[in-house]
Design a protein around this ligand. Structure first.
Ligand code: TZP
Ligand code: MG
Length: 210
């Protein structure tokens, strides 16, 4: 599974564009994975958005992940769910999900990364890798040294999330990330498609240099 450029939709900083519009523009720029993230929508509205994005992502050959809500992810036929440390435990989600369903986990240390892997996560996100203004409770960044330590300790796909930009993405890949999950660097930009294309090209170039 490719997580090189993993774009998280956020209508709050999406310049008036809907989750579906943001997803469509991001996959047009080559996003490998889309995450629907909205902590304000009702379950019904989240399901409606998820159902639309599922089509957009599958037409583009991109993965589609729903944040927090396993029920919505399953009902909408998403590829997976992304769980944080205060969400449903990974093992419980694994028990409810069908074979092949992706469970991503936010982690903040080597210890939590090892635990999430043991519980059955399919990929890990170091959250936040750098400080970010896009998540109120994200806290300080864990940094590239922690990213590199997790890379060594756990064999799962590892994405960096939080504060990733065109300027630092090459360093993040060099430190061992398989990909980057971003909000503002793509969905906050005037031209979402161009921003996705540029960021993805930088990721591909950084990987080619390894
Ligand atoms: N989880 C950890 S940091 C973050 C989330 C959803 C926000 C990432 O946004 P940005 O704008 O790419 O820093
Ligand atoms: Mg969560």
């Amino acid at each position: 599974m490719a997580y090189d450029l993993y774009v998280i939709t956020d209508e709050g900083i999406g310049q008036g564009r809907s989750h579906a519009e943001l997803a469509a523009r991001a996959v047009a720029g080559g996003a490998d994975a889309i995450q629907l993230r909205d902590k304000t929508l009702s379950g019904r509205d989240l399901f409606t958005a998820a159902s639309t994005i599922r089509e957009i992502a599958s037409d583009a050959g991109a993965l589609f992940i729903v944040n927090d809500r396993l029920d919505v992810a399953l009902a909408a036929g998403a590829d997976g769910v992304h769980l944080g440390e205060s969400d449903l435990p990974i093992g419980e989600a694994r028990r409810l999900a069908p074979p092949g369903f992706i469970i991503g986990a936010s982690v903040g240390s080597v210890a939590t990364a090892i635990r999430a892997a043991a519980e059955g996560a399919d990929y890990l996100a170091l959250s936040p890798t750098f400080a970010t203004g896009s998540k109120d409770d994200a806290g300080p960044g864990h940094g590239l040294a922690t990213l590199a330590e997790i890379r060594t300790a756990v064999a799962l796909p590892l994405v960096a999330i939080g504060g990733i930009t065109a300027k630092n993405v090459a360093d993040v890949i060099a430190a061992g990330a398989d990909g980057v999950a971003v909000i503002s660097a793509v969905v906050g930009q005037d031209d979402v498609t161009a921003a996705a294309r540029d960021l993805r090209a930088r990721i591909v170039a950084a990987k080619a240099n390894q």
